[in-house]
Design a protein around this ligand. Structure first.
Ligand SMILES: *[C@@H]1O[C@H](CO)[C@@H](O)[C@H](O)[C@H]1NC(C)=O
Ligand SMILES: *[C@@H]1O[C@H](CO)[C@@H](O)[C@H](O)[C@H]1NC(C)=O
Ligand SMILES: *[C@@H]1O[C@H](CO)[C@@H](O)[C@H](O)[C@H]1NC(C)=O
Ligand SMILES: *[C@@H]1O[C@H](CO)[C@@H](O)[C@H](O)[C@H]1NC(C)=O
Length: 217
């Protein structure tokens, strides 16, 4: 009797382990300026306004971004600002918005520089990851980097089990991606155009999500 009671408690205990609700997400590689839960909603960089040195070397040929996700479902976009201390001038889209589900390690495998960006080995820049972890605004994390010709000596790229990128139509229909791997009914959603990405970026970057941004978020 004692045995069966103990055994039957295990699944219940597992269900009680609820995900954390306040930590949002962290940028683990390249090394972030810092994370402060109370300021994570502050643009730019989640309240960390000072460049962090030493910078992380980031390959000119592209590289991974290692995140750790604390919400079961998150929209993510990545921006780039060039220069030694670019302030809030995140003028380039490194990665248009995507939707991700699952908790824990989430690696954006190979993030490339957009074509036409004037960058050479030794150029300093800041990468900003923006998510919608709060329903009414963005969450921000920044990493200061120096672009290099060298390849990475470590992979810096892990995905937790069950973490995946899902398709989602741009109207934010919650039904569209409930099952995850592209099983939307009807025609496939178009990949976000650059214009759509810029609209979203503007909404997030201004810290006030307008009607257009809301539809995308
Ligand atoms: C992790 O998942 C992302 C998004 O699907 C993918 O780009 C990346 O290559 C994956 N990395 C590994 C190491 O599986
Ligand atoms: C590219 O950047 C370098 C260094 O900042 C600058 O001297 C050069 O004028 C830039 N070229 C263009 C085409 O903007
Ligand atoms: C890049 O940043 C580092 C550290 O902030 C600085 O020492 C270096 O001079 C900068 N490089 C350029 C090309 O300005
Ligand atoms: C989602 O699906 C439910 C059940 O099929 C339906 O009632 C609801 O209208 C759908 N929502 C949207 C936004 O399509």
């Amino acid at each position: 009797m004692f045995f069966s009671t103990t055994t039957s408690l295990l699944p219940i205990l597992t269900l009680l382990l609820a995900p954390p609700t306040t930590a949002h997400f962290t940028l683990d590689w390249p090394t972030a300026r810092g994370f402060d839960d109370a300021q994570a909603t502050s643009f730019p960089c989640g309240g960390f306004n000072n460049v962090k040195t030493p910078r992380t070397d980031f390959p000119l040929s592209g590289g991974p971004l290692q995140l750790n996700m604390h919400h079961p479902r998150t929209r993510v976009a990545v921006y780039l600002a060039l220069g030694n201390d670019p302030g809030s001038s995140f003028n380039y889209v490194l990665l248009p918005q995507l939707t991700q589900t699952g908790l824990g390690d989430f690696c954006l495998g190979h993030v490339n520089l957009p074509s036409g960006v004037n960058v050479t080995a030794g150029t300093n820049a800041t990468i900003q990851v923006v998510t919608n972890g709060d329903p009414d605004g963005g969450l921000y994390q920044c990493a200061d980097v120096t672009f290099t010709n060298a390849a990475l000596s470590e992979s810096h790229c892990n995905n937790n089990t069950n973490v995946k990128v899902v398709t989602e139509n741009m109207q934010g229909n919650p039904n569209a991606s409930a099952s995850g791997t592209g099983t939307t009914s009807g025609s496939p959603s178009p990949s976000p155009s650059n214009a759509a990405a810029h609209v979203t970026a503007a909404g997030w970057l201004l810290g006030a999500v307008g009607a257009a941004g809301m539809a995308l978020l």
